[in-house]
Every structure is written in C-alpha cells, then in structure tokens.
Design a protein around this ligand. Structure first.
Ligand code: ATP
Ligand code: MG
Length: 402
C-alpha cells in the first residue's frame, strides 16, 4: 500500500533528503491514511537537528513552535508542516513532560518514545513503511496498544491514559488487554496531567464514534478525568443520540445526572471550570442543562420565551438534545417555528419599540424596576397580549398595570 502524500509534504521530504537528512511522515497522518481517512495535518520526523532544519528551510516562512522539543513549523505552499527532530525522551519526573529531550539519529528510537503502536509508524514514498512495533497489524486488528511496557509508558506520561481512551473512542478501536489493565491500575493518576490537555482529550473522546465502549469498559478512567461525574449514572445512550459536537456531548454528559436541573448545571459548571474550558462552552453547557426540563411546545409563546432565555443558537441546541430523549416532541415543527421566530425581532429587550428612556419620560424612577418593567412588556409582546408598537407599549406602561 502506498500513501498519497500532498505535494507540499513531498516537497519538504525532498528538501530534507537533498540536504542529506532522513525524513519521514509519522504519527497520526500515517495512521489516518492507512485507515482510509484524510489526515488533518502531516507531521514530519527527521534526522536533521532543529538548527539544521531551519537552515534547510531558510527561504521558507518558519515558526518556532516547540524549539525546546525540537519542533519547527515550516509553511510550504500555505501548508504548515511540523518538522520534529528524531528524539528520545529524557526522564519524566512529574509524569507530564520529559525533563529534557535528547536527539538521536535513529528513527527507531524516535518511534519507540511514541505512545501507541498505531501512532508509531513512519513512511517515506521510496523507502516505504518503518513499523518496528507492528502498528499496521494493530490498525488492521483495530487495537490500541502501548509501545513497550504499558505500566511504564502510562506512568511516565499520564496524559497517555486519556489519549488511550480517546483514540479508542475516535478510531473505533478496542484496547489491548495488557494496556487495558495498566489503564485500570493507573486510572486515578490521569489528573497529574495539565487539565487543559485532559479537557482536549475529553472533548475528542465524547465526540468519538465508539464512546459507548469507553463508557462501558473504562468508567474508572472517565471518572478520574471528570471526578464530578457520578460514574454509576454514566450512560452512552443519550450521548450517542446527539450530534458529535463538544458542546452538545458535554451537555448530554451532565443532563443525565440524577439531580435537579439547577444542581446538575452547577455540577457541570464546576467540573468544566476545573478543566479550564472556555467560558462560551461552560455557559452553553450550563444553560442547556438548566433548561433540561423546560416545557417545550410548538407554539409561538413557548418558542419566543425559549429564544428570550437562550438565544437562537442555544435554543436550537436544546431542541436537538431534547429530541434525543423525548420521543413525542415534534422536533421538526418546533425547529421550523424557531427558525422563523428567530428573525421576528420580538424576543429581546432591545427589540422592543420603546426603551428605558421612554419609561423615565413617563415618570418611572431609575433603578432595577425599569429593567423589570421592560422585561414584563416584552413578555406581553411575546405572549401576544400587546403588539410591539410604540403607542401600545407606552399605553400599557403608563397604566402601570404591567
Ligand atoms: P490527532 O489525529 O488527534 O492529531 P495524532 O496521533 O496526530 O492524533 P498528536 O497529539 O497530534 O496525535 O501527536 C502526534 C504524534 O506524536 C502521535 O501520533 C504520537 O506518535 C506522538 N505523541 C503525541 N503525544 C504523545 C504522548 N503524550 N506520548 C508519546 N507520544 C505522543
Ligand atoms: Mg496530530
């Protein structure tokens, strides 16, 4: 089998070879290509030292991405390529990052430091595959297996624990028994890794096609990754029914908690803050969990209120999630109403044809009551009790009956 390599990548390999260095594509791109998937990015491993790589590509735009780890990003025809020097990792004292990197001229040593056999295959268009750990066979067998001794490899870098279950979920592979038993033994240590990196793995894992397998077999790892979850309640059913986007899958994870929506939302916020997820995701998950039981119906009043509380994007997300566990919800009709009403300009305070200043002119005193009144006027508009027209709204506000 040959891998069809994009021209800029071939060009980078040739350029390094012409300067007398070895160079191969390696890691995720080789794995994905062998699986018939289109690689997201192409990584190159080379015998050239970082300075030598920089010299070889001096006419190209380069970015010093990870000089400390021997990585230089070179832009070839607009394609960023990570070029990393063959290296063996030094000692790991904190089960995170090696204390130092040592370069080597042996490709096989570089492959040996990699996490899983399926990620430890190198390829060159004329040399072919360099696969000392039988990664191609593991790809055929759909197996995740550590390179070398699993206990040692997962101990020296605990992020590999999260990566193992992530790859199982995203590739649809099962984990080899020796690697699996090391995962169970070491599950609790996964939090030794930087939480940001655990969060990245968690998001990918939840969006994987085989998340059910991980939920069934590696609850211990999941609960170590997200200690706030009640593991006994983890259930892949809901998760699998919602679209594989991090927001929807994270929300589905916490919606299933056996708590009130308020408690479940608070648990989600706490867990996601600990993982230092971005605020937009945390807010989105919180709102979706909070509105878990919100009464939904295909009528304007209900949908306008939903738009008012969540905004069009999260309201759409909520309907998607809800349709995953409410069989009798007429998902399509609610969604089409929602799309229509999202442009109706009558679900936000700023859509009202009067403002706080108008209320002041009517003799209202400044303060929170002003905002509350505007919200009540908006509710009257959303409920169809008052048209969104200036005169009608002024009249209603002036009567102080609202
Ligand atoms: P993805 O498709 O998610 O990018 P990938 O295999 O390319 O998967 P990366 O995180 O981009 O994963 O890493 C590139 C390669 O570097 C991996 O294929 C693996 O060979 C090696 N690698 C990455 N992280 C580790 C680690 N923690 N320990 C050992 N090797 C690693
Ligand atoms: Mg990658």
């Amino acid at each position: 089998m040959n891998i069809s390599i994009p021209t800029p990548v071939l060009c980078a390999l040739d350029t390094l070879n012409a300067a007398g260095y070895e160079a191969y594509i390696v890691g995720g791109c080789v794995r994905d290509a062998l699986m018939g998937r289109t690689p997201a990015d192409w990584d190159i491993t080379t015998s050239a030292r970082p300075q030598q790589t920089a010299a070889v590509f001096h006419e190209y735009h380069t970015i010093e991405t990870g000089v400390k780890y021997g990585t230089l990003t070179v832009i070839v025809d607009d394609m960023p390529l990570e070029i990393t020097t063959y290296r063996v990792d030094g000692d790991y004292t904190d089960s995170r990052r090696p204390d130092e990197v040592q370069y080597t001229v042996q490709l096989v040593e570089d492959l040996r430091r990699r996490d899983f056999t399926v990620n430890a295959i190198a390829y060159h268009p004329t040399v072919g595959f360099i696969d000392p750990f039988d990664g191609q066979n593991d790809i055929l067998q759909h197996t995740i297996r550590c390179v070398g001794d699993p206990v040692q490899r997962l101990t020296e870098d605990s992020l590999r624990i999260a990566r193992a279950v992530r790859f199982a979920a995203t590739l649809g592979f099962t984990i080899d028994s020796e690697t699996a038993s090391a995962l169970h033994t070491l599950a609790a240590t996964v939090r030794h890794s930087a939480v940001e990196r655990i969060a990245v793995e968690l998001k990918k894992l939840l969006c994987g096609m085989n998340v059910r397998y991980v939920f069934n077999e590696f609850r211990d790892v999941l609960s170590a990754m997200v200690p706030e979850l009640e593991v006994s309640l983890l259930n892949a059913d809901l998760l699998e029914k919602v679209e594989p986007t991090p927001l929807l899958r994270l929300a589905a994870l916490f919606i299933g908690l056996d708590k009130t929506p308020q408690e479940a939302a608070a648990t989600a916020v706490n867990a996601l803050k600990q993982l230092r997820l971005d605020n937009e995701t945390i807010y989105g998950v919180e709102r979706l969990v909070l509105f878990r039981d919100y009464p939904l119906a295909a009528n304007e009043r209900c949908i306008l209120r939903l738009l008012n509380r969540l905004g069009p994007r999260l309201a759409t997300d909520l309907i998607h999630i809800r349709s995953a566990f409410e069989r009798d919800l007429d998902h399509d009709s609610v969604l089409s109403d929602l799309n229509r009403l999202a442009y109706s300009g009558r679900y936000r305070i700023q859509d009202l044809k009067i403002s706080g200043n108008d209320l002041l002119d009517l003799g209202f005193t400044p303060g929170p009551y002003l905002g509350e009144t505007l919200q009540r006027l908006l509710e009257a508009v959303m409920d169809g009790l008052c048209p969104n027209e200036r005169e009608a709204l002024l009249k209603l506000a002036g009567e102080r009956k609202i």
